[in-house]
Design a protein around this ligand. Structure first.
Ligand SMILES: NC(=O)c1ccc[n+]([C@@H]2O[C@H](COP(=O)([O-])OP(=O)(O)OC[C@H]3O[C@@H](n4cnc5c(N)ncnc54)[C@H](OP(=O)(O)O)[C@@H]3O)[C@@H](O)[C@H]2O)c1
Length: 238
């Protein structure tokens, strides 16, 4: 088999079971990578180079235990994509505190917990790429997304600080803010609302898998070693 873009690389994708995470896993596997997937549920696909770990990224003890277990088999990690996320889109006046807390814990605390454990393994390789999946909601600030958008904005800030902290280990940290793509997350939102948001974009269409993969490959590339603390928006949002 011809060498792929990720041959010889070990990648960790959070939220690997469905949606964007699954698209990411399939691409990394197609391109020769070994992929570790984190999600709360069981694996939804099998591959000889895919290992699934059932873990809630917001549970600090569970994240640490999982890394303790996986580092026996995978002492080195090259790529982390913090993709797991949850969205409850509701006006602030009716958003339950529990739902707000779950978003903060999954969308912000989770990437913090996973990134620092992953960085320890990347430090061993003296090479690493961390990519955080954010959202156009940071820029558009849609009604109903107060906590979600704030978490995603925080993800950029957190990533930018980590970019400084991890630079001495040749680890870059960048953020990809994606626009609407058809997944379970999107299916919970009113169709009319999504159509309006998509129509308002400078490039008024849904994101496709390759729009996302193109940027992932760019940030993950060997050639992107001088590129860190950057946020890239899809669809012309800025
Ligand atoms: N779809 C869009 O239009 C869109 C737009 C902008 C940004 N985004 C961002 O893109 C990312 C992926 O979204 P998606 O649309 O693919 O969502 P999705 O279809 O709802 O899938 C979310 C994935 O995350 C996992 N997950 C959720 N909470 C988790 C937790 N606490 N610990 C571990 N895994 C967890 C889920 O698996 P389990 O349920 O098994 O845990 C699932 O695999 C998210 O960060 C989202 O905010 C999406």
């Amino acid at each position: 088999m011809a060498a792929g873009l990720y041959s010889g690389r070990v990648a960790l994708v959070t939220g690997s079971r469905r949606g964007v995470g699954r698209i990411l896993c399939e691409h990394l596997l197609d391109e020769g990578g070994t992929v570790l997937g984190f999600a709360r549920g069981e694996a939804t696909f099998k591959h000889e180079r895919y290992r699934h770990f059932q873990v809630d990224v917001a549970d600090s003890a569970a994240v640490q235990d999982t890394f303790l277990a996986l580092r026996q088999e995978f002492p080195v990690l090259h790529l982390l994509i913090n993709n797991a996320g949850v969205l409850t889109a509701q006006h602030a006046l009716i958003l339950a505190a529990g739902a707000a807390r779950t978003m903060m814990e999954t969308n912000l605390l989770g990437p913090f917990l996973v990134s620092r454990e992953a960085a320890k393994l990347m430090r061993r390789a003296k090479w690493g790429r961390i990519i955080n999946i954010s959202s156009m909601a940071v820029s558009l600030e849609p009604v109903g997304d107060s906590v979600y958008a704030a978490c995603k904005a925080g993800l950029t800030t957190m990533g930018n600080v980590m970019a400084k902290e991890f630079a001495p280990f040749q680890i870059t940290v960048n953020t990809l803010a994606i626009s609407a793509i058809a997944t379970d997350m999107l299916s919970h939102l009113p169709e009319e609302r999504i159509r309006e948001v998509v129509a308002s974009l400078p490039i008024p269409r849904f994101a496709e898998a390759d729009d996302i993969l193109n940027v992932i490959d760019f940030f993950a590339s060997q050639r992107s070693s001088y590129l860190t603390a950057q946020t890239l928006y899809l669809g012309g949002v800025h």
